[in-house]
Design a protein around this ligand. Structure first.
Ligand code: ADP
Ligand code: MG
Length: 340
């Protein structure tokens, strides 16, 4: 029998946050104060922390930013019947489905990441991901079904029509899953909302997908903790950061254990099985969408190829905890910045 090592809330599994923020919730500096709010969206706890002059300013800006994440969830979740992606997955073989510019651009970014990672990240993983059903705790698929599902995966069979901004499938049974980039993208959008309201000191954390702007009032940085992949509630290390995105993908977020084996939600598109080389990958990049997708790609590639892949991307840095718990870094500067 499967042992579900997860806390369950409305079919949603939340095992703490992959990264922890240390906001200054009590104090003001100059004329700015720090306010924080959290909500359960996109299957995870989304926490926002902003520094503003008044509470009213903070609350109304955060409300707008949360609405942006809710919109992303409504449009992008493959599991929601009414979402745009669910519609694409139902109809994309028969006719091309039109997309708004921002979502088309996201699809294009996900397709580009699929190509750049040699298919380690593959936005057409849906036939395999849906078989594992990690949204409901997960089940070990039988070999035959898994082989059928793997045969349907392949970003090269996705047709992105840039002229008409529409998307379709070359093969029947294909499906798109933006689960490895959508949270990062939503966080970027939400941060843009805060910026449009003139808020330039903030953190948005969607279950380990963080975007950071400015610094904590009275300090020159925000302190961010990276979760230890095998010791819940224990931090592996911390970074003091400003103006960046930092995202962690791990095998401890959504998983079940059966016959002593850990089955988790980051899947190797070649085998359809959970990727085995890493326990967690943390990526820093200019946007949370890029960091999110790159973290998943590096996780699938494993520690050596994953680090080379991250190094090959301008402005991207990161660290990988491999299957034995050893750390691999893209660069010595990042390693020096980390506090243990
Ligand atoms: P988290 O959502 O916990 O931050 P990820 O960003 O790594 O973790 O996303 C994992 C999700 O992405 C899975 O639940 C699945 O929907 C999808 N996914 C799994 N494997 C891949 C892959 N190789 N390429 C693209 N998407 C994937
Ligand atoms: Mg990801």
């Amino acid at each position: 029998m499967a042992f579900i090592a997860l806390k369950m809330r409305k079919n949603i599994f939340v095992v703490g946050l992959a990264l922890t923020i240390f906001p200054n919730l009590c104090c003001s500096s100059g004329n700015k104060q720090v306010f924080s709010e959290s909500k359960l969206i996109m299957g995870t706890v989304v926490q926002m922390t902003v520094a503003t002059r008044t509470e009213q300013e903070a609350r109304s800006a955060m409300q707008e930013a949360f609405a942006e994440i809710e919109r992303a969830d409504g449009l992008l979740s493959s599991y929601r019947e009414g979402s745009l992606i669910a519609k694409l997955n139902r109809e994309g073989h028969d006719h091309k489905v039109p997309f708004e510019k921002d979502i088309f651009d996201l699809m294009d970014e996900a397709a580009t990441m699929s190509e750049a990672s040699g298919g380690a990240f593959d936005l057409t993983i849906w036939p395999v991901a849906s078989l594992w059903g990690f949204d409901k705790g997960g089940v070990l698929p039988d070999k035959g079904s898994l082989e059928d599902a793997v045969a349907k995966v392949g970003y090269r069979n996705l047709h992105l029509d840039k002229k008409n901004r529409s998307v379709g499938f070359h093969r029947r049974g294909m499906g798109v899953d933006l689960g490895a980039i959508a949270k990062g993208w939503a966080v970027d959008r939400a941060m843009a909302r805060l910026a449009a309201r003139g808020i330039d000191h903030a953190i948005i954390d969607a279950g380990g997908d963080l975007r950071i702007s400015g610094s904590r009032p009275g300090k020159g940085f925000w302190r961010i903790g990276v979760q230890h992949p095998r010791e819940p509630g224990v931090l592996l290390l911390t970074f003091d950061l400003t103006d960046t995105a930092i995202v962690t993908s791990g095998d401890y977020e959504r998983f079940f254990i059966e016959g002593g084996v850990r089955y988790h939600h980051i899947l190797d598109p070649v085998t359809g099985m959970p990727a085995t080389g890493c326990q967690s990958v943390t990526v820093l990049a200019a946007t949370a969408a890029e960091a999110d997708a790159a973290a998943t790609a590096a996780f699938v590639l494993g520690p050596e190829r994953g680090i080379s892949f991250l190094r090959s991307r301008p402005g991207v840095r990161g660290l990988i905890v491999d299957a034995d718990g050893a750390l691999h870094w893209t660069d010595g500067d990042l390693e020096k910045m980390a506090r243990r």
